[in-house]
Design a protein around this ligand. Structure first.
Ligand SMILES: [Zn+2]
Length: 165
């Protein structure tokens, strides 16, 4: 995973996505590089305006999470504490991240269901959340980010940002 930022584009929207290098660094620590590694995950935080979604912070995993080789679910109390903690620092909850034991991550049916349940139960003003999946490849192709709403899930097209912004 490059340390510098990743920039994303979504079909039919002018909004861009920026994932900070420190977020890539955090989630990269939990990449499932060895065959016995379990999935890890957590929450994504940052800022949003009409032009740009900036993911600047990631939390998790936490003690008490459900973790297997092919499944991750955050300890709900720990996730809630992380959300409240970031909120105090002016950061919005933007969505979820987790790892996959494959080079180029593909969304599983389980992921799809989990995100739809999350959206359905969410009290957020925003009608879409990010779902980031961290694969084993250390390039932007090793990362998948989706915007998930009640209606649809749309994949972001990602590329490494050589400027590092
Ligand atoms: Zn998954």
């Amino acid at each position: 995973m490059p340390m510098h930022a990743i920039i994303g584009h979504l079909a039919d929207t002018p909004q861009t996505l920026s994932i900070a290098g420190q977020v890539l660094q955090h989630v990269g620590r939990y990449r499932q590089s060895v065959p016995w590694a379990k999935e890890a995950g957590g929450q994504l935080f940052g800022t949003v305006n009409t032009a740009k979604i900036c993911v600047t912070d990631a939390s998790g995993p936490y003690p008490g999470d459900e973790r297997t080789r092919f499944r991750y679910r955050s300890n709900p109390a720990a996730a809630q504490r992380a959300i409240e903690d970031r909120h105090k620092r002016g950061l919005l909850y933007l969505g979820e991240w987790h790892t996959h034991a494959e080079n180029y991550p593909v969304v599983s049916g389980l992921d799809d269901d989990a995100m739809r349940r999350l959206i359905a139960s969410s009290q957020l003003n925003s009608n879409a959340l990010l779902m980031m999946i961290v694969g084993r490849a250390r390039t932007s192709q090793g990362l998948a980010v989706w915007s998930v709403s009640r209606e649809a899930a749309s994949p972001w097209t990602l590329c490494a940002n050589p400027e590092g912004a």
